[in-house]
Design a protein around this ligand. Sequence first.
Ligand SMILES: *Cc1c(COP(=O)(O)O)cnc(C)c1O
Length: 335
Amino acid sequence: MHLARFPRLRFAHLPTPLEPMENLSRLLDGPNIWVKRDDCTGLAGGGNKTRKLEFLMADAEQQGADTIITQGAVQSNHARQTAAIAAKLGYECYLLLENRTGSDDPDFLANGNVLLDDIYNARLSDFPAGTDMNQEMLSLAEELRVAGKKPYIIPGGGSNRIGALGYVNAAYELVGQCNDQGLKVDHIVHATGSTGTQAGLVTGLTAIHSGIDLMGISVRALKEAQEENVYRLACETAELIGSSAALNRSDVVANSDYVGEGYGMPTDGMIEAVEMTARHESILLDPVYSGKAMAGLIDLVRQGFYRREENIVFIHTGGAQALSGYRSLFGQRVV
Ligand SMILES: *Cc1c(COP(=O)(O)O)cnc(C)c1O
């Protein structure tokens, strides 16, 4: 599969490292856990959206855009990474932020990713939970067009078939690293939300017949809905890259057992996972995505879901820049 056929800008730090989590593996007394450090993609602290943005920003450039519009939750990592690259490439950037949890915690509303969005000079607007954010983006784009601008809309999470190319590439990169290191991987686990990451991965892994199981731990939708949404985008992505490999619905596996009360709502397992991974591996996860995904992985290991001799790769999709927005969950010190 020849990804160089697609326009792409190069600003991610790639390949990201693939490292063993020896302490965590020992502590859990289960399979060997490895971590693919997509929290180290380099842009604005890194994270999975950077890979997607390499393809999306190239498309924006080709279309002659001068303004970027995107949307996400208040503490969106996608919004932060988009604001960062838009600033560098000279685009105006509008971020439409939805307060999905209805929180009024000042840290949540202004710290973490929001602080960084401000530093990158993005134009932020706030919306209550349940707003039709896609419609809001369309209305804003129309307004800007009338004002003579050339807006380019990036969907939430950068999740369309262009963005998903970033994770087709990540699948190739990861399998290449494993081949170089002689590491036989049995399972890949990661957080799944707006679906572009998992759709790109499943497309890439299937296109090269990797034979590696992939599981997305859902941070929002129920299993059936998440799998359907991932599958739909994966089919579009496979068509875009011209993959002839059969993509089966059964290749798309989501696990929604670790969402808790909802998107962005803390769980005990998430807090344990964030603290454990920090204290034993020095690695910072986040409360909304990678923390819940790791909580799922830890629980599955404890349940004996994996065999001891198996190798699991956890894709760390980033998000630690949100931590200070959730100070009340972790901070013990009263000031
Ligand atoms: C957006 C995000 C995800 C989920 O990726 P999708 O492509 O939206 O499914 C996972 N982890 C972090 C830290 C994210 O910001």
